[in-house]
Design a protein around this ligand. Structure first.
Ligand code: NDP
Ligand code: 8X3
Length: 250
């Protein structure tokens, strides 16, 4: 298959690219940091990984790059909408509007631009796989999750609604919802580069790893045509659910 992975320069995306290239797929590895993508492609000479510089927030570039890949390489069989980020953990009344906009542009519009570019071709060929990286934050609220969680709720509902339009077609759409996952740049980005704070989040835990997500992706791509996994929520065993808290008057 030809697999287009957004956000392949780090974390889940890099791990998914490695794993799928190792299985013999052609991987288009997209992201903004060219050197990281090139290093990934050079890791193993058996890998067929093609680095592509792309900012998913740039609507014109997404359409252009996708069309270029399809005309110069091959049609895209599988799109993995992985590029995304959380910025900050401030309560909504103190959060930065610029950061909200960046999260919406990347996690919502980026997913829409990429999906819109590949979907008509998939329908014409009656073959396609779309895997979206949502989050448990899209299903459960937590303090400071505000707009990040809302963007992932969008990804979840978009995934289900795509399937609603694709019923009867051989196009799978899955929303993967991971919980606490370490070893990626996610928390460093969220805490504005504060690596110590990010490290503290994972202290004395065994969080999910990017390889765990990649393994789920491999499994999804191995399923028979008639099986669609709509939504897949995963957490490390050290993570649980919060209760409904009540603030009492002193
Ligand atoms: P990382 O920060 O390690 O990776 C994020 C990737 O997204 C990077 O490769 C980055 O590449 C890319 N990216 C960010 N903005 C853009 C953009 N505008 N255009 C193109 N690429 C972009 O995070 P993770 O691997 O941990 O996260 C991957 C996905 O999984 C995200 O959607 C995240 O929300 C989700 N997720 C993460 C969890 C976690 O705990 N780690 C848990 C649940 C979900 P570059 O900077 O080179 O563009
Ligand atoms: C990332 C998981 O719980 O940090 O999407 O929001 S969480």
């Amino acid at each position: 298959m030809v697999v287009f992975v957004t956000g392949a320069s780090s974390g889940f995306g890099a791990s998914i690219a490695r794993s799928l290239a190792g299985d013999g797929h052609t991987v288009i590895a997209a992201g903004r940091r060219k050197e990281k993508l090139e290093a990934l492609a050079a890791e193993d000479e058996r890998f067929h990984i093609l680095p592509v510089v792309l900012d998913v927030c740039d609507r014109g570039s997404v359409a252009r790059v996708m069309a270029q890949v399809e005309s110069e390489i091959d049609v895209i069989d599988c799109l993995i909408n992985n590029a995304g980020l959380a910025l900050g953990v401030d309560p909504a009344y103190q959060a930065s509007l610029d950061e909200w906009v960046q999260m919406v542009n990347t996690n919502v519009l980026g997913v829409l631009y990429c999906t819109h570019a590949v979907l008509p071709g998939m329908v014409r060929r009656n073959f396609g796989r779309i895997i979206n990286l949502g989050s448990v934050a899209g299903a459960y609220p937590y303090p400071g999750g505000n707009v990040y969680g809302a963007t992932k709720a969008f990804v979840r509902q978009l995934s289900l609604n795509l399937r609603a339009d694709l019923t009867g077609k051989n196009i799978h759409v899955t929303n993967i919802e991971p919980g606490l996952c370490g070893g990626t740049e996610f928390s460093i980005t969220r805490f504005h580069g504060d690596a110590k704070k990010a490290e503290e989040l994972y202290r004395q835990t065994q969080p999910l790893q990017a390889e765990d997500i990649a393994e789920v992706v491999r499994w999804l791509l191995s399923l028979p045509e008639h099986v669609n996994i709509n939504d897949l929520s995963m957490m490390p065993t050290c993570q649980g659910f919060g209760h409904f808290n009540v603030v009492r008057n002193a």
